[in-house]
Design a protein around this ligand. Structure first.
Ligand code: CTP
Length: 403
């Protein structure tokens, strides 16, 4: 039997005061069975629903509720606990705890430890149907998602209130599965996959010494290429003119200059690719005439250059896409960002668009960081990621595509 990716992991399991707390006993058992070390923190209300004795027996560790132990006066360090954790799981998470986490109200050991942790955070909401769909709960959940927490969506079904709807805590087996997926070593998650990436600017020649180009450095595309190769993919990067990047051995670079060359090479690589991620900043236009000799300076007057439209590589691949192929594009916008991104997604037949706004400081061309929003075809909710290094953004993008 292969061991669980949770084996040896430190998991803080936060339990809050809801009927679904009874399921946390099973969750604790499954986590321990998977080889994880589990430290349970209960909110004071949670103790009304399930006894600490059950949970300390199952986890093999005393349950923490208060900042101090009533018996010994020992102080429970929320900072140490937060740093000890590899995963911080709140299941069930009531509307009240979700609100406190979203706003940073540190009035109990659970939320205080949450604020101190650097671990990945997973939240499994459970509450009544009407509380679940209340705008304030939706807003708080969206805030936590934007803060980088993974929300393990509540399921539909009969609730403790006898109402039927969305609000049941996800089953413990499924929560464990989400955690295992998150901790599965990335090394082989894309093995056997062929990935095409376009990166960098295109140069559209005016004459032998001049071109029309843009400020793209290729950094985002190369970060995705290296990360995909590190996860076992066979990567072809069709790259416009860029500076030097260290490359993972699993990356093959095809150097191109113009949009037309980039299209040709991308079409070739797309034919047997599973995934294409188009991060290049392709020039929309090129000079209608390319001069073979250097244009000389005129003594007077205005010189104009007539431009013709370049092919849209994303739309061309989108048209040729076969079932099972996944096509992702980027959109760099300055205004009406989300609307523009959604329109682009549809027009180019993409499955996902990575939106960055030039209005966000630290996002876009030439900087080592990026702040992106992932927009998907279909009904999947958008994902707003915080500002982070492009290498981490690359990992996030691939995580979402792998899912
Ligand atoms: N793209 C492409 N070929 C082009 C233009 C864009 O493949 N000729 C791709 C980009 O690599 C990116 C996506 O399409 O993945 C969106 O690029 P963007 O420049 O934002 O879109 P445009 O269609 O050029 O729209 P606009 O410039 O009007 O915003």
């Amino acid at each position: 039997m292969t061991s669980s990716p949770l084996s040896g992991k430190h998991i803080v399991l936060g339990i809050t005061g809801g009927i679904a707390a009874y399921k946390s006993a099973m969750l604790t058992r499954l986590l321990v069975k998977a080889g994880a070390e589990v430290q349970v923190i209960m909110t004071p209300n949670a103790r009304e629903f399930i006894t600490p004795v059950t949970l300390s027996t199952l986890s093999g560790k005393p349950v923490i509720t208060d900042f101090f132990s009533a018996n010994t006066g020992e102080w429970h360090s929320h900072v140490d606990l937060g740093l000890w954790a590899d995963a911080f799981v709140v299941a069930p998470a009531t509307a009240s705890t979700i609100a406190k986490m979203a706003c940073g109200v540190a009035d109990n050991m659970l939320v205080t430890s949450y604020l101190s942790t650097r671990a990945r955070v997973f939240i499994a909401p459970a509450m009544d149907f009407d509380m679940m769909r209340h705008p304030s709960t939706a807003r708080n959940i969206a805030t936590l998602r934007a803060d980088g927490c993974v929300i393990i969506e509540a399921a539909e079904g009969e609730l403790a209130s006898h109402l039927t709807g969305k609000g049941r805590m996800e089953e413990p087996e499924n929560i464990v599965r989400v955690l295992e997926d998150a901790f599965r070593p990335a090394a082989s998650s894309l093995s056997g996959k062929k990935i095409l990436i376009t990166a960098g600017p295109t140069y559209e020649k005016i004459d032998p010494v001049r071109f029309i180009g843009n400020y793209s450095t290729g950094r985002m595309g190369y970060a995705i290429a290296n990360e995909a190769a590190a996860r076992g993919a066979e990567v072809t990067i069709v790259s416009g003119p860029v500076g030097h990047f260290d490359l993972h051995p699993g990356v093959t670079v095809v150097h191109v200059e113009s949009a037309i060359e980039m299209l040709e090479q991308s079409q070739k690589a797309f034919a047997d690719a599973d995934i294409a991620i188009l991060a290049a900043a392709v020039a929309d236009y090129r000079p209608a005439v390319r001069y073979d000799s250097k244009i000389k300076r005129e003594e007077d007057g205005i010189r104009s250059i007539e431009l013709v439209k370049n092919p849209d590589i994303a739309a061309t691949l989108g048209n040729a896409k076969r079932p099972g192929q996944f096509l992702a594009g980027f959109a760099l916008e300055t205004d009406h960002e989300l609307d523009n991104a959604r329109r682009k997604l549809a027009r180019k037949n993409l499955d996902m668009i990575v939106l960055n706004s030039l209005r966000d400081p630290g996002a876009g061309f030439g900087v080592p960081t990026n702040k992106v929003t992932l927009v998907f075809a279909g009904n999947d909710p958008i994902v707003e990621l915080p500002l982070k290094p492009k290498t981490e953004v690359a990992a996030d993008i691939l995580d979402y595509i792998s899912r």
